[in-house]
Design a binder for this molecule. Structure first.
Ligand SMILES: C[C@H](O)[C@H](O)[C@H]1CNC2=NC(N)=NC(=O)C2=N1
Length: 176
């Protein structure tokens, strides 16, 4: 097999330079790879299923940039994908500084004092629209008429996925 070379002129039509994943050949990292904006998770799964027999593997790099997360789209998750591990989750919290990671590293949460009940419910409505457009939904807790807690975890896999961080970053943009 010829030396497997990669550059920033990858197949995806995104700005060069940003790396979403690394491809390794026989466990040796060979270079950066850009992933498609949509369905990146299933692309990585399919690539690895097909090319593992020749020693190639894609390892996606979870982003720690809020801006990058806000450009992404959630990937429908029906289970069968690994959860983000605690160390990666802790690193990704950098992108969503208003959020906290729970002790089990399976959920991220944000607490907001919306000021009054009407504002809190209006915020819930806006979050609901965002969640529906992403196909990924937070658990919402409104207590004390104005205190809203937003919990994000990926129920299908019983832990965190990049979807949770994408929605969290978009909620932050929505709140401002
Ligand atoms: C088919 C659809 O993508 C799945 O049912 C989605 C819906 N929204 C979801 N939201 C969250 N938080 N976790 C999920 O596993 C989930 N699954």
């Amino acid at each position: 097999m010829s030396d497997f070379r990669l550059g920033s002129n990858s197949s995806s039509n995104q700005t060069p330079g940003r790396c979403d994943a690394v491809v390794s050949h026989r466990d040796r990292d060979r270079g950066p790879v850009r992933l498609p904006m949509r369905n990146a998770g299933s692309f990585v799964e399919s690539f690895n299923r097909i090319y593992r027999r020749v020693g190639l593997e894609l390892r996606s790099i979870m982003t720690t940039s809020c801006d990058v997360l806000r450009q992404k789209k959630c990937v429908p998750c029906e289970g069968g994908v690994p959860t983000i591990q605690p160390d990666q989750a802790a690193a990704m919290m950098e992108a969503v500084p208003e959020w906290t990671l729970d002790d089990s590293a399976k959920m991220i949460s944000r607490k907001i004092n919306a000021g009054n009940f009407v504002k809190a419910v209006a915020l819930i409505d806006r979050i609901a629209e965002l969640a529906e457009s992403e196909g990924h939904h937070p658990d919402l807790h409104l207590t004390g008429y104005r205190n809203l807690r937003i919990d994000l975890t990926t129920h299908a896999i019983g832990g965190l996925s990049e979807n949770d961080f994408i929605v969290a970053a978009k909620v932050d943009a929505l709140i401002g």
